[in-house]
Design a protein around this ligand. Structure first.
Ligand code: BG6
Length: 484
């Protein structure tokens, strides 16, 4: 395996919310690795902005602690850490007032040469509008790019409002809506698998695929994010974005080119073709669960926030009519496992009808985590005498290079942040995609609200609520076990 590092042009990356959790866990480690790999040019700067009263040195101390916690020691060797920390600057800023804006402006206008300017909003969505406005007022927004994190709003209306407000300052070509699932290596591998091989396309339809099952299971609970999570829940936190994006990449038509709008046009068509679910139909096709003890953790004894969702989605197109897409995601489950399982149909006629166990249908498993892999399971003959026995043989198609010396699987944020600097929007959500995703989700959540009731409690460390199993059993199917 060869890695190719393509250096980017000099940039200033300004992170709002720089003292927060995402910066510590993801952004700073991602930037550190890109710097260590030699992708970041010498003149690039990373400017932290937040409310706390810190100076450059104080921020560097915070960043050092974060990197020591979140980057393996084997990568923090030599002067890599100090060189990276020297790129960091800090400005204490008041988003709603005047404090900090003149120093930020002065710092950004220091270099004489033109450079790429990126504002990364690693803050809650309620601050997106005020920060965009302030950037405009202070003359910083021209030509700059804006990165925003999900969730974009809590429903279609609020997303529109947010996007309008951002859009008044930054035109769509400069807005980068992050869905970090699109930055995962295996997700991009799915695109390669589907569109760089002639093998799969003829089979990639309802005639040959009996169902698609998308699972994102976590063992973690809400940890210290309850104040955000209790208002969001699994549907807004995971399904509206990550799971629907995975569904889109699995289901979309081949784009005419691997280019931002061509790809996003195709994803949009999938979202718009999702068969609407509302009222009793939505209640029948969806399950929400809550792990035992969640309300106490969230310090909200009456909380009806779902920490688990299972859904049966159908795509109304010629390609997919008759192939359900089952989605499930939850916290505090039995294991951490994210995968897309494409299950092919059984052979049209079984010639091996006297076998003890019937021949299993083929399946393609695209595993995002923990160990990224793509496996095609095929049926082969068990070697040797003793009758004609069959077995399932997994074909490993991932070739990730994991076993090669020095190979490190990059985190999703590494690619995505560098893509922003490169001006490549392919792996970012366009405004109309966000709207279309909400348009499908909103009526389901309305049905939950109107139908009353509460999420079904499930045991911590389990496979999820019983109703999620029943959702499949009703259709004569079963989820794959979450056993590690
Ligand atoms: C985030 C969600 O977007 O994704 C979290 O807000 C979730 O609740 C996380 O835990 C999962 O990401 P990953 O990359 O660990 O699967």
């Amino acid at each position: 395996m060869t890695t190719r590092i393509i250096p980017v042009d000099p940039f200033d990356l300004v992170i709002f919310g720089a003292t927060g959790d995402l910066a510590a866990r993801k952004l700073l480690p991602a930037l550190f690795h890109r710097d260590r790999d030699g992708q970041i040019p010498d003149r690039a700067r990373i400017v932290g902005c937040a409310r706390s009263d810190l100076d450059d040195e104080g921020f560097r101390d915070l960043a050092r602690a974060a990197l020591e916690e979140h980057v393996d020691a084997e990568y923090r060797t030599g002067d890599a850490l100090d060189r990276f920390l020297a790129r960091l600057h800090y400005i204490s800023i008041d988003v709603f007032g005047d404090k900090g804006w003149s120093p930020l402006r002065a710092l950004l206008s220091e270099p004489e040469e033109a450079r790429i300017r990126v504002f990364y909003l690693s803050v809650g969505p309620s601050l997106f509008g005020p920060i965009a406005d302030a950037l405009k007022t202070h003359g910083l927004a021209d030509e700059a790019r804006l990165v925003v994190e999900k969730p974009i709003g809590h429903d279609g209306d609020s997303a529109k409002e947010l996007n309008d407000r951002i859009g008044a300052v930054f035109d769509e070509s400069r807005v980068y809506r992050i869905d970090h699932y699109l930055g995962k290596e295996t997700v991009q591998n799915l695109i390669a698998l589907r569109f760089a091989n002639a093998l799969f396309e003829p089979l990639w339809n309802a005639k040959h695929i009996e169902s698609v099952r998308i699972t994102v299971a976590e063992t973690l609970g809400v940890e210290d994010r309850a104040s955000y999570y209790d208002k969001a829940g699994a549907m807004r936190d995971m399904v509206q974005n990550h799971l629907l994006q995975l569904l889109c990449l699995t289901a979309m038509e081949p784009p005419h080119h691997f280019e931002a709008d061509a790809l996003r046009d195709e994803k949009l068509k999938v979202l718009r073709a999702l068969r609407p679910l509302s009222g009793t139909e939505a209640l029948k096709a969806s399950v929400r669960g809550q792990y035992a003890g969640y309300p106490e953790e969230a310090e909200n004894p009456a909380s009806t926030t779902e920490t688990y969702v299972a859904l049966k989605a159908e795509i109304g197109t010629w390609r997919w009519a008759g192939t359900p897409f089952y989605l499930r995601t939850g916290k505090k489950l039995r294991s951490r496992l994210s995968e897309i399982v494409v299950l092919f149909r059984q052979t049209p006629h079984q010639i091996f009808d006297d076998l003890a166990t019937p021949v299993a249908p083929n399946s393609l498993v695209i595993r995002l985590q923990p160990d990224e892999a793509i496996t095609l399971s095929i049926t082969t003959k068990d070697p040797g005498p003793g009758g004609f026995r069959m077995r399932e043989t997994p074909l490993d198609m991932s070739f990730t290079g994991k076993d090669e010396e020095g190979f490190r699987m990059p985190d999703a944020y590494e690619r995505l942040v560098m893509d922003v600097v490169r001006g490549n929007q392919t792996l970012f959500m366009r405004r109309d995609e966000v709207a279309a995703a909400w348009a499908w989700i909103d009526p389901i959540m309305d049905a939950w609200r109107e139908g009353g009731g509460k999420p079904e409690e499930y045991d911590r460390g389990s496979e999820g609520p019983m109703s999620a199993m029943e959702l499949m059993i009703r259709d004569g199917r079963r989820w794959r076990s979450l056993a590690p």
